[in-house]
Design a protein around this ligand. Structure first.
Ligand SMILES: Nc1ncnc2c1ncn2[C@@H]1O[C@H](COP(=O)(O)OP(=O)(O)OP(=O)(O)O)[C@@H](O)[C@H]1O
Length: 448
């Protein structure tokens, strides 16, 4: 094997975010705006000479190769600088420990950086599948956004090998949200924690006129097992607001907003933050239930979406199937995120108004069929509420009713045998598999 010559590249092209038009890249935006390049905005990136840590860096960024980007970017975030990428091999400075993931465009490698004795993750973008300027844009944005606590920190380190463009970032020890989601979703409190952090990260991006465009479970990384620290990653499709873009390829159809789904192949459209709001709504549903609300936001082809759309547009009061467990407050919130018309869609931070509300309510009886929905009560907030809090509120309501009736001088003595047989009769008409001996009914009798 011959030695690989180390040389630097500089790029004469001057551009702003979204400028391009490559056909094989994932972010094949095409617009004509051009900005003046400023090399001083980001110091030349070399992996041979690593940056000394900034003393004010937060605990999670203590790595000796982390250099904090400037908080007050005054708009420079929209100018992708020409950076020099030294050519090297991984083994020059890194021991590759394992491949964490293979994305559509990149390999994600856990590596040990020998000179600084630091564990890092290397995102190695296939040079054949992405253009150099797409790589530079992703690296620049990730690095510049790094100072938000819920955005993955990129180190000031980038280089190229024979086959890859590479940059370094911190390691998320618990992987992505998709890997942490059970079939019945997460508990309400975890969903609130996650949505608070993600809405903050996306709100921060929007405040800088940037649209992420590819929010999905796989692009949210988990740093603590209780989800108290999650971070947004993958800025490969991030675009400046109002630029003309093509559809993002290689994403789940359920994440594609209706106005984007309608776009015909190769047609371009304006990139707007409301598409992140839509994807936030889908992600919220996904983490609460374990699956997306529909396959695609096409009211002709997808009955589930069509049902939601009728409800959202107040053509029916019937709550769509997948949403029945949610409280009226959360339904109001979903309506705002998942409204068909992007003009009417709320800002991504809207969810913060709903943090004090209960999100999940149980409208499912504790019958055998209900238990089949979630055999593990701790996995499903609906059943969880039903068991731990349902009885308490039922007792309280009963007492209230008794007090109210007696204050009007009404007799409130009830024949419990009649009540019991009516309940059994009603349940058996609802559920063919109903067994009158189930524990919940025995408990009902005791409570009465
Ligand atoms: N810093 C990290 N720590 C741990 N895992 C990571 C890290 N970065 C990425 N991953 C894992 O690698 C996967 C792919 O990463 P990423 O989305 O950046 O690659 P990509 O090629 O752009 O993906 P896509 O297929 O969405 O285009 C993530 O879903 C996540 O599981």
């Amino acid at each position: 094997m011959g030695t690989i010559e180390k040389r630097s590249f500089s790029f004469r092209l001057r551009r702003s975010i979204g400028d391009g038009g490559s056909t094989n890249s994932r972010n094949s935006n095409n617009n004509s705006s051009t900005c003046t390049n400023n090399n001083s905005l980001l110091s030349p990136v070399t992996s041979a000479k690593l940056e000394v840590p900034n003393s004010s860096a937060s605990v999670s960024r203590r790595s000796s190769i982390y250099k904090k980007p400037d908080k007050d970017d005054s708009g420079i975030i929209h100018i992708v600088p020409d950076i020099e990428l030294p050519l090297m091999t991984f083994s020059d400075q890194y021991d590759i420990e394992k491949t964490l993931a293979e994305g559509c465009f990149a390999r994600i490698l856990l590596a040990h950086h020998r000179p600084t004795n630091t564990s890092v993750v290397l995102k190695a973008v296939h040079a054949e599948l992405a253009t150099l300027k797409d790589f530079q844009k992703e690296f620049h944005l990730n690095y510049q956004l790094s100072h938000h606590r819920n955005i993955l920190s990129a180190y000031n380190v980038a280089f190229q090998t024979k086959d890859y463009y590479v940059f370094a970032m911190e390691h998320a020890p618990y992987g992505d949200l998709a890997a942490n989601l059970g079939p019945h979703g997460l508990h309400e409190s975890a969903c609130k924690t996650i949505s608070e952090q993600l809405s903050s990260a996306l709100g921060f991006m929007h405040s800088k006129n940037l649209v992420h465009r590819d929010l999905k479970l796989e692009n949210v990384l988990v740093f603590t097992p209780d989800f108290s620290r999650v971070k947004l990653c993958d800025f490969g499709t991030t675009t400046k607001k109002s630029l003309l873009v093509h559809k993002v390829k290689h994403t789940w159809t359920s994440c594609v907003p209706p106005e984007v789904l309608e776009i015909v192949k190769n047609e371009r459209f304006l990139c707007m933050p409301t598409s992140d709001s839509w994807q936030f709504g889908i992600l919220l549903f996904n983490i609460l239930t374990g699956s997306p609300p529909w396959h695609m936001a096409d009211w002709v082809k997808d009955a589930q979406y069509s049902n939601f759309m009728k409800y959202e547009q107040r053509k029916t009061t019937k709550i769509p199937d997948g949403f029945r467990r949610f409280s009226p407050r959360l339904m109001r919130c979903f309506r705002k995120y998942l409204t068909h018309d992007p003009e009417d869609r709320c800002k991504v931070t809207e969810v913060m108004k709903y943090m004090k509300d209960r999100w999940v309510e149980c409208r499912i009886a504790t019958s055998k069929s209900a238990m089949l929905i979630s055999p593990n009560p701790d996995q499903d907030s609906c059943i969880y509420l039903n068991k731990r809090e349902g009885r308490l509120s039922a007792d309280e309501n009963k007492l209230k009713l008794k007090r109210m009736m007696s204050s009007y001088g009404l007799d409130n003595s009830i024949d419990q045998t009649v009540v019991r047989s009516r309940v059994i009769e009603w349940l058996s008409t609802c559920d063919a598999n109903f067994d009158s001996d189930i524990e919940s009914l025995a408990a009902l009798e005791v409570a009465n």
